[in-house]
Write a protein that binds this ligand. Structure first.
Ligand code: ARG
Length: 460
């Protein structure tokens, strides 16, 4: 059948396919609480402005509370003919309190209503996800402090580059997470304006008070332009963008964990709580949680893409295309919530194999830069000259089948360049290398501990 609340200008029933493609009630149930809150704020304002009678408003508010109870309990009956949450609530209100239910939609449209509901929902989602990101950050900081002096190889091109500490590596993710939280905070600040009272697109002739409903719903102010208020979903796009970027960060750490847990690396041991077995290979412990974080990130990117495309060709103001704004946002928020929780758990459970990390940190001539720097500092070479000399030393070590420059003897070094003296061995160990990187943001353990303390003070 046809939606009884808006059937006046129709004679026949819609096609069943029309009803099916039009109905959003199943997904709308996720924001029923925001819908009820918006309606209550609107009803209170209408009464305060003398647009509806105070006793009618009382009945409406009581009815809305009853409906909220039914929705919370899961006993609320839905019907696709009633399309969306807004119509369902109004229809149920009419059953509960009679014709006065029809007063509620005065000076309001579903267009400003849904824009309001969705902003409130996204705002709540941001607050929840920020708390999750803070917990992730805390887990990273705990491990970074515990491993401020745990030496590991640092890579560029996934080739051994220079020794670093695990704490330094994890602090890189702390900084990324801080920016991820900053992006969410920026999005929240911009979204926190109220569309309510924009009505369909033009505003309303009723003497409403948009400041009152905005304040009631915790918005900073009403949105300035009624057409903009019902037409844009940039607030949802900002959330999706922020989650896509943050997900990209999680995915990189997940990838590193997969790599580090592999037998050739053996840098970490996977937590039993975040790994699974194989159906055929009895020995296996697989990093499924990390792998799924990597894959969930694809959904985040897809959700952003879906909404960008849905919005890009729409003439102002509202078009029904915009009803499709919610599934990608819900999917992204759900995927991100799982991904961030899985990463927090894995970081908390991280079991490190410092001996393996230390061993690999010394391989691949990782202290070659330290030798070049020493030649500059102690022997007066230009850096380019020192780079060349060190390159010759690396070739020599390679030819002798040695893995580390520290394994060459002094005579061999002096054979390459007579200016090399015995003090050079002070800088060729991985510990010396790491300890020397004292510059701001460097990997020296003191710098890592300072950075961790600063991040705690700023973000936790
Ligand atoms: N269910 C709709 C949505 O989510 C509500 C707005 C409907 N507005 C309209 N003019 N049909 O977008």
């Amino acid at each position: 059948g046809r939606n009884p609340l808006i059937q006046g200008r129709f004679d026949g029933s819609p096609d069943s396919v029309m009803t099916a493609i039009n109905a959003s009630i199943d997904m709308d149930l996720r924001f029923w609480a925001e819908d009820i809150a918006g309606s209550k704020a609107h009803a209170r304002m209408l009464a305060k402005q003398g647009i509806i009678a105070a006793d009618s408003a009382e009945k409406i508010l009581a009815g809305l509370d009853t409906i909220a109870g039914e929705l919370a309990a899961g006993t609320f009956k839905t019907d696709p003919a009633l399309e969306d949450i807004h119509m369902h609530v109004e229809a149920r209100l009419a059953q509960l309190i009679g014709p006065e239910a029809g007063l509620l939609h005065t000076a309001r449209s579903r267009n400003d209503q849904v824009a309001t509901d969705f902003r409130l929902w996204v705002r709540n989602a941001i607050d929840r996800l920020d708390a999750e990101l803070a917990a992730f950050m805390a887990a990273l900081l705990d491990q970074a402090e515990a491993h401020a002096a745990t030496v590991m190889p640092g890579f560029t091109h996934l080739q051994t580059a220079q020794p670093v500490t695990l704490g330094h590596h994890l602090m890189a993710y702390v900084q990324m997470t801080a920016r991820d939280r900053g992006r969410l905070a920026d999005a929240r600040r911009r979204l926190n304006e109220s569309p309510l009272g924009a009505a369909a697109l033009a505003g309303t002739g009723f003497a409403i008070d948009r400041h009152a409903t905005a304040a009631d719903l915790g918005f900073d102010r009403p949105m300035a332009n009624a057409m903009d208020a019902v037409s844009d979903r940039d607030f949802a796009l900002e959330l999706l963008s922020a989650l896509a970027i943050a997900g990209g960060h999680l995915s990189r750490l997940a990838e590193e964990m997969v790599l580090w847990a592999s037998a050739p690396f053996s840098f970490i041991t996977l937590s039993e709580r975040f790994s699974t077995g194989s159906s055929i290979m009895p020995q296996k412990r697989n990093p499924d949680a990390a792998e799924l974080v990597r894959a969930k990130t694809g959904r985040l990117f897809g959700s952003l893409q879906a909404l960008l495309v849905a919005m890009k060709g729409l003439p102002l103001a509202y078009s029904k295309d915009m009803q499709e704004d919610k599934p990608p946002v819900f999917e992204a928020v759900d995927a991100f919530a799982l991904a961030i929780a899985a990463m927090t758990g894995q970081v908390r459970d991280l079991r490190v194999n410092p001996a393996r990390m230390r061993q690999e940190a010394g391989r691949g001539y990782s202290t070659a830069t330290d030798l070049a720097d020493w030649l500059v500092r102690e022997a007066g070479l230009t850096f380019r000259e020192a780079h060349h000399v060190t390159g010759r030393v690396v070739r020599l070590a390679e030819a002798e089948g040695l893995d580390s420059l520290a394994d060459l003897d002094l005579a061999a070094l002096q054979g390459v360049d007579a200016r090399i003296g015995p003090a050079v061995f002070d800088v060729l160990s991985v510990e010396a290398s790491v300890a020397s990187r004292q510059s701001l943001g460097g990997t020296a353990p003191e710098r890592v501990r300072e950075a961790a303390a600063a991040a705690r003070a700023a973000w936790l």
